[in-house]
Each structure stands twice: as C-alpha cells, then as structure tokens.
Design a protein around this ligand. Sequence first.
Ligand code: C2E
Ligand code: CA
Ligand code: CA
Length: 825
Amino acid sequence: MISQEKSVILIVDDSYVSRALLAKIFSAEYQVVEAEDGAEALAKMRRIPDLAAVILDIQMPVMNGYEVLQIMQKDEELCNIPVIVDTASDDDESQLQALDYGAADVLIKPFNSKICRMRVRNTILRQAAAREKAHSELLELQLKTSEMDDKADVYNRRTFCRMAENYIHEHPEDELLFVNIDIDRFKVFNDVFGLATGDRLLRMLGDVCRSMQAEMIYGRWEADHFVFCLKRSEFHAEEFLTGFSTAASRQFPDFEFVFRIGVYEIQNRELDISLMCDRALLALRSIKEDYLHHIAFYDDSMRMEMRREQEIIGEMEKALESGQFVVYLQPQVDYAGNCLHGAEALVRWIHPERGVISPGEFIPIFEQNGFISKLDEYVWKQTCILIRSWLDEGIPTVPISVNISRHDIYNPRLAEIISGLLKQYQLEPEMLRLEITESAYMEDPRQLTRTVDALRQLGFSVEMDDFGSGYSSLNMLRDVPVDMLKLDMRFLGGDSEDTRGGSILASVVRMAHWIHLPVLAEGVETREQAEYLKSIGCLYMQGYYFYRPIPAKEFKQLLQQKSNDHGRITTFEDDDAAGTADFLSPSAQATLLFNSYVGGAAIIESDGTNIEALRVNDRFIELLGTTMEEYSKVQTHLLDRFDAENQEKFINTIRTAIETEQETRCELCSLPFKPGEEKIYTSINLRCLARNASRYVFYMAMDNITQQVHLQQQNRRLNEHLSAVMNSVPCGIFQFSINHENFYHGTLLEYNDTAWKMMGYRRREDYPQHDNGDPRMADIYPTDIPLFVKTAEQARDADYSERFTCENRMVKQDGSVRWVSTLFQ
Ligand code: C2E
Ligand code: CA
Ligand code: CA
C-alpha cells in the first residue's frame, strides 16, 4: 500500500545492498518503492501517480540507467519526473553523461545520507516549483483568451458585462450610457463576400473601437453588435458613426455601409447588463428601417411595445387559421378618364376582442419573424378567390394589386406559388398586379432584379411601391424593369400649397415619364392634390379623397356600378415645360434625384444660337475635371467652350434631337478650362424635354472620353509610323491576313510603295484591291501557288521568330513575269 501523506520515491538499483542503504536514508521522509532493473522501474513509474522522484543506478544489467533516462525523456508522462542518478565517486564521465541525458542531479557512492537527502529534497522542490509556474502560465493564458472575443479581439460578452458592471459601480455620480452599434445588412455582406471577409470586417471594427479616444468599456455582444459603456460626456454619436463607416468603406468600398446606434441612458444602475443591452437594442430596432435616423434612445414606451409585439406573435398562427385576417380593397382611379383603374388588396386583422388592427401594427413584426410570407400567400389566395367569384357572377373586374413583401423576394418559389394560384382559380396574369417595395432594392439589388424579371416573364405587371421613400431612386430604375411607379404623397410631402414638396413630386413624375413609366400617386387626400397631380401628368391615383380601403362586399358593389376600361396602363407623354421648371427647383430631394441619375447629367436650354446650362449634377463637374465655381462662369454661354467645328456639331446635334424627338448622340471636343491644359473629349446624349415658343430644354447625359480618344490617336500615330518605315525599305512588303483553314483566301491589308512599283503599277491607287478574294494569289504565277501556300503554312505553324522563304514568280501589270524571293514572317 502506498500511503497518501508522504511523497513517493522510486529507488532503482540491481544491488540489493545499495537499495537497502538508500531506502534507509529516505524512508523517514518518503514512501520508498524499489525496482531491480530498468524495465521494472519503467513499469512502476507508469503505475504510480505523482511520483516525486526516481533514484537511478547507471550500471544495471538488462536495461542500464542511460536507456531508462532516454525512454523517460521521450515519454510525455514520464519526462517530468525528476531523476537523480547514483554512481561511483571516481566516475566523472558517467556523471556528466547522465546529466546530459536529463538527470536532475547525482548521488555519489559511498552515500553521505545528509547530502543525499538534501539533494533529493531540493530536486523535488525545484521540480514542483517549475510545474507550478508552467501551470499558472497556462491558466493565465486560458483566462486571457477566454476574456477576449476571438473575432474582433475586444472583450467578449462575459468580460464586457463584468467590466461594465464594475465601471458603473465605480462611477456612481456620472451620467452613463449603454450604447449598442450594429451594421445594416451584415448578413448580406457575409453572403456576398463570404464569411472570412465578414470576419475581417469584424476585426477591423474591433480596431476602430480600440482607436477611439473616449474613456469607455467596449466589447462584442454577438454577431455584428458592438457594445459600449461610457459617460455621457464622452459620447459623440456622429464621431462614432463616421468612425465606423469611414473605416469600413475604406476597406470594403463595394458595400454601402449603414451603421446604427441604440442608446440606453443608464437610470437603473442595478439592472442586469444584458437587460441594459436589450433596451439599447429595442431603441436600435425602432430605427431599423428608417433611412433618416441612425441613432435612437430607449424610452419606456418601447418596452410596452415589445410586450404588445409578444402578444401579436403569440396569436398570429391561430388568427390565420380562424380567418381573422381579411382582405380589404382600396380602389385606384384614373382621374382624367374618371374611371376605375384597379384596386390594392390590403389586409386587416379583425380581432375578436380588440377589433380591427391595422397592418401598420402587425406587418413590421411579421416581416421580422418571417410570418409575412405565410400571410402574404394567404392574401394572394383570398384575392384570387375574390376575383374568381366576381368573374363567376359576370361582374366586370379590374386588376388587383397585391403586396409582395421583401421576404417573398428571396423565396425561390415565389413565381411558382403565384402562377399556381392563377392556375388553380383560372385567372390571367393581367388580373393581378404585384407591388414590390423599393427598400428591397437596397437590401439586395441583384435578387430583386432577378425576381422582377422572372415575374414579368410570366406576364405580370410589377409595380414599384413607395418609390422615393428610400434613396436609391432613379439609379434603381435603370436596373429593375418595372411597369409602374407608385409614389406616396406622404413621403414626398406632395401638397400643392407646399411648393417645395410639389416640385419634388413634379420632378419625380417628369423623370419617370422620360423613361416612359406610368406613375400612380397614393395617399391622395384632397381635391387640390388630385388637381395638382393631374397638372403634372400623374393620372392614376389612390387615396382617401377617392376611397378608403373597403370590405370586398362593398368593392363588389362598386364594380357593379362602374363600368371601366379594365385598367389598361398607358404611358403618358407631355410636351409643356411646366414640370421642367420644377425640376430646376433647388429643393434637396430634387437635387438628390438629379444627382443620383445615371452619370454626368445636365439640363441645357437653347434658342438655336446660344446654349446655356441650367443645371448640372456633381458627376458632370467631376467628369470635366473642373469645379462648380469655375463652370458657373461659362455655363451661360456654353458654345464659347468649343472651337468653330465643334460649335457646329453641337448645334446640329441639338437640331437632330428636336426633329427626331429621339435621344441623339455625338462626340464633342471642348477647350481646356485653363490655358495649357489638354482639350476635353466628351460623348453626349441629348433628349429634348420641353419647348415653349422660342426655347428648347434638353436633358444631356455626358461622359468624358478623353482617354479613349488619346489612345486612338496614339494608335493612329503608331500606324503612320509603321507605314513610314515600310515605305523606306527597298523591297516589296505585302501585309495580308489569311484565312486559317484555307490559305487560298485572305485579305491584303497593307503594302508599301516598293510593292506596287515592283509590280509595274504607276500609282498606289492603281494597284487592284482584291478584298476578300485571295492573298494576291492573282499576282503569283499559277504553277508557283502550291509552293507559295506551302511555305506560308510552314510559317504559320512555326515559331514567330522563324523565317521562311520561297523563290516564286509573279505576274506584273503588263503580263510579264519576274522572279522574286518571298520572305514570310
Ligand atoms: P402600402 O402598401 O403603402 O399601402 C397603402 C397604405 O396607405 C394603406 O395602409 C392605405 O390604407 C393607406 N392609405 C391609402 N390612402 C390613404 C390616404 O389618402 N391617406 C392616408 N393617410 N393613408 C392612405 P394600410 O392598409 O394600413 O397598410 C399599411 C401598409 O401595410 C401597406 O402600405 C403595406 O406596406 C402593408 N400591408 C398592408 N396589407 C398588406 C399585405 O397584404 N401584405 C403585405 N406584405 N403588406 C401589407
Ligand atoms: Ca402597397
Ligand atoms: Ca405604398
């Protein structure tokens, strides 16, 4: 039995006497175990846990001490047991060798018991100390790594909580904030660029945190959420936001970053840190879809809201099953034609206790938890059932617009589901219009474009809902081919009395018409609004002024009353200049729209002799390499920017644009803005927008092509140089390209002066151009053609540096024959 109290040492010696001696020396202090040879010793070492030390004889039969040491060194478990060897006093060599093999110390025969005990005790203590140190280092490392977030190298959630708690208690007098920052569409970023790049982004954001000057505790909460705890006086929201977004955009310029901040002002200092985080998150969520606000503060109503949300989520499934969701219809009118244009299906939740709940309350929640897809499909189905029932009753119907939420756009089965419904209820695709929302574009433009394409292929007309609510605006329309725009008066502040709002609306309508998109305005509440809309050419309308969303039964009665033109969508074109003036308004939104439109663009006006730029966008100025200030000096007399030749070109292009009413293109070379600078080559597209008695207004898209032109010029110069060289050579050079398959066909590209002279012609022009005929086979003496072609083929198959020649005859202009040596290269 091995006692628990004393440390164990193993004495290995083949001599019984030595073992007995050593055991006597050590047994008072240690529990002694003995072994007679190396093999037995190793077996015992493996069996005894926490062996304190081994006293090892070097000279032993079977396996000597060195071998034991070697095996121990290589063994992960045994290498840490300290070994003290015993040898004869005169044997220096073997002592050294033993130490070399890893022994910790030596005992010298004959044994001095005091020294022996001291040496063994010291060795054991040293070993224990070393083990202790290694152990604590390991612990420290583990502790350190588990304190940090491995992606961003900032505190992880646990550490952050601990540190923040301390910080809050250490600053009882200060006003403190809990800040939560988050990246919009981080998932999309990961999808597009891959997880590894996503991780790089997180690491970079960690760097940004570290580089911030404020005194604060910060860490990564989860995913793309970074959290901060700091004094109010240290918090500068704008600096936070720009710090993050500049760094991110610099490293990943292809992604449009939006960072948002939610703030909880720490009032209850005893609150759990994770609850503080929840509150900051609630604040953050309140601006999730908001393009104007990037920062929000928590207030208690948010918590109430959350509770209500929980209720809605708890009841939604049951409500759908028991038919509490009901489709209402809001008629859309053709104001000028005074007839029904269509209707929009809008869902209502008829709650048994709470009455009618408006979609504004539950749709955003369903959009977040994905239930919207189920509800949408239900609404589409109910809508199809309604249309089918009207048709069955012989009531003339109008197309019904249904809402396709962002969630649906990602559903690869979307087209299949909708066309399945049509089939089931035997409806034509023209009977359903599909409304998609602009914000989906910002989330994932490619996916939206794919979905819209697929739906239109099936014959559906697709409407862009809430156009102008975001900021992607016209750029998007280039990519997403929709059939109609829906503008919300409320987003655009479309009030005829408010001139600013009015002009925004007008410019959007006008621009939509440029690209031949019909527009429907919704949220029309007054007669004035309707009249105003009509005056700017927006004829389709929806709003309380006409009808509120009404139950299907009421809508059916309406259908029965009104006969209509089945809501055909027609494009509207106008020719008066009213809208243009609005377009020129300095309002922020109009500027934004204009600036985001295509590339360089200008609105110019001409009376046939003078050309004036009424308005240019930022890109236009940028492309010309000038500044607004500089350009404003020349914009009233644009023709001064050109020489006579280009002035004429410009005026002619303007004439063509007026006459053809088409987009007209030309390339112009304008004078440099500063003497000594290079001329600027541009390519412009002109479209006539409007006219009055004597003036025309144009939209002009412009691109700077100076570099291309320079390249072309350079190319031309090179060619000229080449032919000059060719003509100075005293032999005939023919450059021809030959058909790879058939060498009897080819085109003569170039020849030098010696060539035509050699063939007996008097002028270059006289030399016949056999274009797509043969490589001047006509000049080669007929029986020499096979040899000629063979050599050409050899040259074709060989290396470029190799040369091939053949001696052949050629027929001159006068029919005489001359021998030539042809070199192929
Ligand atoms: P939306 O698609 O922009 O629908 C138009 C909203 O404007 C409707 O609100 C409508 O009642 C309201 N509206 C119409 N004319 C006027 C007016 O003159 N003045 C004012 N102030 N409001 C007017 P509603 O029905 O409350 O729907 C709100 C939003 O909920 C909808 O906005 C739509 O985004 C969503 N929604 C409604 N039904 C559905 C649905 O079945 N599926 C999906 N995915 N979303 C739906
Ligand atoms: Ca809608
Ligand atoms: Ca809308």
